[in-house]
Design a protein around this ligand. Sequence first.
Ligand code: XIL
Length: 402
Amino acid sequence: MHYVLDMWMNVILGHQRQNDNNLKNSKCFFMIKNKFHNLGIIVICILHFGCASAQKTISKTVSLRESFKKYFLIGTAINVRQIEEKDTNAAKLIPEQFSAVTPENIMKAEVIHPKWDTYNFDLADKLVAYGKKYNIKINAHTLIWHSQLPAFMRHMKDADSVKQYFTDHIKTVASRYDGKVFSWDVVNEALEEDGSMRKSIFLEKLGPDFVTEAFRLAQQAAPNTQLYYNDYNIEQPKKRAGAIALIKKIQAAGVRIDGVGIQGHWRAYNIPLKDIEESIIEFSALGIKVMFTELDLGVLPNPWDSDAADVNMKAEYSAKMNPYANGLPDSMQTKLTKGYEDLFKLFLKYKDKIGRITFWGVNDGQSWLNDWPIRGRTNYPLLFDRNFKPKPAFDAVIKLKK
Ligand code: XIL
């Protein structure tokens, strides 16, 4: 700012000096000099106030990260192009808006541990460097999950081999990133909708204690990392009861669990606010932090009228199921805005119990909900539109900050 002012001073006064020389002997020298002087002052004032207000808008970029920094971390899921900062708009927006990131895919087993003795750490290492560069906390996702497993182990018959992969995987990956990532989703989606254990290769080959064992191994490998259980629909009473039982079992075994992640893939027109509130209260009563880890509010119809975010669920495309391909009508935009507003009111009410709110993606164009559970739809679930512009829902959320 001062540099800019100095520059303009020099231009104006330099101009004046030149005129001074030419007019040195003129009778009207003093009159004109005064005129120039006054003009100079006026120009400087305009520039000064102009620059000051421009600077004000720059330094006052409205940011989720800043607005909620006293209460909880605000995160987003990021993809490879974003980690590598190849996506220019995202490269600017992410560090400005978010204080936490979750890798959308690159720390899943099929990517990071594709063969018995092969680990691909390159992208996860880049992610760690990215977090350091922008002072962004990393929630690593995820150690043990039935989906996105490497091909060679997906159909493993032998229980000992599964156990070996399970143990090696947790030990190797969790210890490498201990102290480098802030937290781990140690186990993802181990429950069915009725609260029983999900039928997966881990349940089948290792038995129902595999969740406790995963946390025990993670605790040994990553003593400096927060350890979480993560799932969708665990705000629903039956599944919530299953999750509470699972967490109590881990605690009863003397194993550390620091938090629970409620994914939060809800529909904008059907948010289970009461269940969410009860869940925050009940989970935090177990002495752990509550996180909302994959928040997005879909606006499209669901083929099964369900909130289950099971990645294996798939349905056929039809134009009827893609009603907003040419833009979101105001009525739905309003619902989305109200949905986010209601949710953040609730989050703020329980800010002492909540550690982080993470959106599943940066902008609408990058959301997995454009391709799940039906490929090729146009969804609008996040706070930034396809051009990275904040949506009315963003403004509504920011306004709630006290
Ligand atoms: C999704 C990713 O967003 C997609 O890119 C990928 O194809 C499938 O997985 N619950 C989870 C996330 O825990 O890991 C899933 O992410 C979405 C549902």
